[in-house]
Design a protein around this ligand. Structure first.
Ligand code: GLN
Length: 541
């Protein structure tokens, strides 16, 4: 097993996750089997309770872990399925060690950071690599070198060189070369950051320098000289227009080849055709669509990362540029507002969310889409919104709502299931991770997925369409296009997807298909939504 440890310095938010993922992508393109691990030095056991507006999206794995968004990057760039174990936090490590200590497993030893915490860190890293049966495991250490919190992790990866041998371990350090007001790009912070890394006992084998423009040969030599890393192992990570240019830029600078050399791996020529094509399609798309993304103002951007990626994949697979227009749900106060905000758009997406802010605006958006025959794609909360809207205005259930927003709703068309109400632990009642849905024959969803069978999508929600109202909604014309199959623990027959018949594309899912969308294997409903938006646009012009 080969390990590549990715650390970061100077500042956070350097795009270390994209660097680690892109590195993985080029090694995979060279025929190696790659997996990845993210280390987060915070105490939280997982990202489930953390604010997405601060930390970005909570990514959900197939086995139902709520994790760091970098796992999403690994899944998309490496085309792998990560698991609960792929995200290691300080909290998890200490919890295990403390539990073990209570059970008396350390006999009469004094339990300490070194070696007990560091051993547990190493065990966890190795376990992921072994479970994935990979040749190479990329380990990204979150945070910045110099943080107190990351020290035990740095110590653990430092000693892995001795446990695993020199040719099986490599250290890659990502730094920033900032541009000062004269336009000059400065190397000094990189020098300091490498010195700081060295003070922990780790000497980098590779350096990746983030900068706005591509770093020239002279600068590469300067950094190499200051840091004692060979110039051919110093790489420039400059701002690119399209995300998938990053792996291509690394490969072009020889990173893949140098890693193979350093880790004594077989040299395999890379096949990066897909990434080249994807960039080309994004650079010169045949078509263009405008999508309205209706959400809370504070949530725009990174908290919807996987959805934005899903739309990107759908664009590539439709040879189409997808322009996202953020529509602040709280600005939609009347039908007039909805019309003004949405009429020039080719499709409307209502995404996931918690809490009642912006709900009525989202309902107005769904109503506009339904009546004006605009393509509508609802994801999780976006389904619940569509159901509430339909109940109020088509099924004539005045005052219909979700009990999440109105506990005493006259018609609780969305609510908690009886078995959920029995437990007091709110977090524990979420439906998380892979759940099956059975697609009903003869629906649009059958065409979208190409099957009337059972498919897996990831979930992260607490409320369900209330089974007591399904019949009335169906009688008013709502189509239930997928349900939870019989063997589910929580209420078989729950509504998984809905659609409308007399509409070009009105599809909503209770699950989060974005978590399974990959550049090479776009999520079917994302692709179909963009196709529908494209058709709507062509019809209107
Ligand atoms: N708040 C809703 C629920 O808990 C929707 C969640 C979501 O969109 N992920 O059911």
């Amino acid at each position: 097993m080969k390990y590549i440890f990715v650390t970061g310095g100077v500042v956070s938010s350097l795009g270390k996750g994209i660097t680690a993922s892109s590195l993985g992508a080029i090694l995979r393109a060279r025929g190696h089997k790659v997996t990845a691990v993210k280390i987060d030095p915070y105490i939280n056991l997982d990202a489930g309770t953390m604010r997405p507006y601060e930390h970005g999206e909570v990514f959900v794995t197939g086995d139902g872990a709520e994790t760091d968004l970098d796992l999403g990057n690994y899944e998309r760039f490496l085309d792998i399925d990560t698991t609960r174990s792929s995200n290691i936090t300080t909290g998890q490590v200490y919890k295990t060690v403390i539990e073990r200590e209570r059970k008396g497993e350390y006999l009469s030893q004094t339990v300490q950071v070194i070696p007990h915490i560091t051993d547990e860190i190493k065990n966890r890293i190795r376990a992921v690599a072994v479970a994935a049966n990979a040749d190479i495991c990329v380990v990204e250490v979150g945070g910045t070198v110099g943080d107190i919190e990351s020290l035990p992790f740095l110590e653990a990866i430092r000693t892995m060189r001795f446990d695993e041998a020199y040719e099986n371990t490599a250290y890659l350090h990502v730094t920033l070369a900032p541009e000062v007001s004269t336009g000059e790009i400065k190397t000094k912070p990189t020098q300091h950051s490498v010195a700081q890394l060295r003070s922990t006992g780790i000497s980098p084998d590779f350096i990746v320098v983030r900068s706005s423009t591509e770093m020239g040969e002279e600068m590469r030599r300067k950094i190499a000289l200051f840091t004692s890393v060979e110039p051919e192992r110093v790489y420039s990570s400059y701002n690119v227009e399209f995300l998938y240019e990053v792996p291509l830029a690394f490969e072009e600078q020889g990173l893949g080849r140098e890693i193979e050399k350093r880790l004594k791996l077989e040299t395999i020529p890379p096949s990066l055709g897909f990434w080249h094509d994807a960039v080309k399609k994004q650079r010169q798309p045949a078509f263009e669509v405008n999508i309205g993304f209706v959400g809370k103002y504070v949530a725009m951007g990174d908290s919807y990362l996987s959805i934005l990626e899903g739309l990107r994949h759908a664009g590539i697979h439709n040879d189409c540029k997808v322009n996202i227009h953020w529509v602040n749900a709280e600005d939609l106060k009347s039908e007039e507002d909805a019309k003004n905000a949405l009429e020039n758009l080719d499709g409307i997406l209502v995404g996931p969310g918690f809490g009642m802010r912006g709900i009525e605006g989202k309902i107005l958006a769904a109503k506009y889409a339904r009546i004006q025959q605009k393509p509508y794609f609802g994801i999780c909360l976006g389904l619940q919104i569509a159901v509430i809207e339909f109940a109020r205005h088509k099924a004539m259930l005045d005052g219909a709502n979700s009990t999440e927003f109105d506990q005493y709703a006259r018609h609780p068309v969305i609510g908690l299931m009886p078995e959920q109400l029995e437990t007091e632990d709110l977090g524990g009642t979420m439906r998380l991770g892979d759940w099956e849905m059975t697609i009903q024959a003869g629906t649009r969803l059958e065409k979208v997925y190409g099957t009337a069978g059972t498919v897996l999508e990831r979930h992260r929600h607490r409320y369900e369409v209330n089974p007591d109202y399904v019949q009335r909604l169906v009688e008013a014309g709502l189509v239930v296009s997928a349900v939870t199959p019989g063997k589910a623990q929580r209420g078989a027959g729950l509504v998984e997807a809905i659609e409308l018949n007399d509409h070009p594309f009105f599809v909503a899912l209770q699950s989060h298909p974005e978590f399974k969308s990959r550049p090479m294997r776009v999520s079917p409903p994302f692709k179909a939504f963009i196709t529908a938006a494209l058709e709507a646009r062509q019809k209107s012009t």
